[in-house]
Design a protein around this ligand. Structure first.
Ligand SMILES: Cc1ncc(COP(=O)(O)O)c(C=O)c1O
Length: 430
């Protein structure tokens, strides 16, 4: 195990570490999990929007959607209120394509709880499949056993930006005539066999929450290449309204719409007050879109910075094996630099919470690496799963954490974290 200081830490700081080891590692830094960029461009747009008093979904939301679709390389992007809604609305589209309420959706047992919640909120039954310990993603060898006559879709999650095994997932889906919806909430910038994550299934759901690489503070986006799915999504986010053409739903034309009173058999109903499907109230507003537009302008800079941080940490962290491990980037992929996962190896002398406390005491913000939704989240107990059914998800639920690698960090901060981890290991004589 390493005992030397890293470059980037000043000599003075390291000497302090030597003197004060056990009490304090070194001059403390505060390293938040994420930061938010609200650009000058966003501020200018926000001012204009407030002055115009047209703040509900309108031309800036549409512009943001268009830019987002281009960035992912998808034909359509439909904005919603959160990443959870992006998952739920994408699933709810399936009711227009033969799915029935109560049908089954296959999801990994380990994810942020939003994935499971969204399946239930959309009116489906989640069928959980265990994950792999080293990729953190759904174990594709277990998917076919979970398929029944009621299965309608597979929803893989690219956890921590590590692409799920999409070729196998798509082959299984094709064989069993299932839809594939990617939960890409954490996978901005991820690439799988040359294709962007978000373009590999029928639809993909992104989160625009603050710590994510593109943010609108709160928000989500569904992308798809299918115009008819996008149309249903626009209806779903507006209460299931029949009126769903782009200009009306976005309030762009304030004038008279000649389709308005021509709905139905007799072509005499007001289309804005016909609700064709069970909908959601999940629209993005102009102020949120303005923040998103600013973020899109600096997206490639953010991506580059975060990728550098991720690659640096992936390389340096090998030194902590087998006590601690992380994910690996394989030749066929690029990991989206969302955050940095850490999992304890087996037979450790310390617990995840020992490490978390030490990191937090030393100013490093941490998050647990989620939980096995069916067996470690009390809200899912009613589904009847029993602890022990998802050993890998449960292991990560007990032994995993993640920390930031965001754009406002650089080698200095990363070296600081590595030194804190190193000092922690030294305490246990590893
Ligand atoms: C894998 C995953 N799915 C869904 C979501 C939900 O996103 P939101 O918090 O925007 O609702 C998140 C949140 O980050 C997530 O990590």
């Amino acid at each position: 195990m390493r005992s030397k200081p890293r470059e980037g830490l000043s000599k003075q700081n390291f000497e302090m570490a030597g003197e004060e080891r056990g009490k304090r590692v070194m001059q403390k830094m505060r390293i938040p999990f994420g930061t938010i960029a609200i650009t000058e461009y966003s501020k200018k747009l926000i001012g204009e929007i407030l002055d115009s008093e047209r703040v509900s979904s309108g031309k800036y939301v549409r512009k943001f959607e268009e830019k987002f679709a281009k960035l992912i390389d998808a034909q359509e992007a439909v904005s919603v209120s959160s990443g959870t809604d992006a998952d739920a609305l994408a699933l709810a589209v399936l009711y227009d394509y033969g799915a029935k309420r109560g049908d089954e959706i296959i999801v990994p047992a380990l994810s942020f709880v939003a994935t499971g919640n969204a399946v239930l909120q959309a009116g489906f039954k989640p069928i959980f499949v265990d994950v792999e310990r080293h990729t953190l993603n759904i174990d594709v060898s277990r998917i076919e056993k979970a398929i029944t006559k009621q299965t309608r879709a597979i929803m893989p999650v690219h956890l921590m930006g590590k692409p799920a095994e999409m070729d196998t997932i798509n082959d299984i889906a094709k064989k069993h005539k299932l839809f594939v919806i990617e939960d890409a909430a954490e996978a901005y910038g991820a690439v799988y066999r040359g294709k962007n994550i978000g373009t590999l299934g029928d639809m993909a759901a992104f989160s625009l929450y603050v710590a994510h690489m593109i943010t609108t503070v709160e928000g989500g986006m569904v992308v798809t290449d299918k115009a008819d799915f996008a149309e249903v999504l626009r209806s779903l986010r507006a209460h299931g309204r029949a009126c769903k053409c782009e200009s009306c739903i976005l309030n762009i034309n304030s004038g008279y719409c000649d389709k308005r009173f021509k709905y139905g058999k007799d072509k005499d109903k007001d289309i804005r007050f016909v609700f064709e499907r069970i909908g959601f109230s999940s629209k993005m507003n102009e102020l949120e879109a303005a923040i998103g537009l600013g973020n899109i302008e600096i997206y490639y800079k953010i991506l580059e910075k975060r990728r550098n941080n991720l690659l640096y940490m992936l390389d340096k962290f090998k030194e902590f094996e087998p006590y601690l491990y992380t994910i690996k980037e394989e030749a066929h992929e690029k990991i989206g630099p969302h955050a940095f996962p850490i999992v304890l190896g087996e037979k450790n002398k310390f617990s995840r919470d020992d490490l978390v406390s030490y990191l937090e005491e030393n100013g490093v913000d941490t998050r647990n690496l989620f939980l096995s939704m069916p067996t470690q989240c009390p809200g899912f107990e009613y589904l009847g799963y029993k602890l022990g059914q998802f050993p890998n998800a449960e292991y990560i639920g007990n032994n995993g954490l993640h920390i930031g690698i965001h754009q406002d960090m650089g080698e200095k901060e990363l070296d600081y974290i590595l030194n804190v981890v190193s000092d922690f290991c030294a305490k246990y004589k590893l």
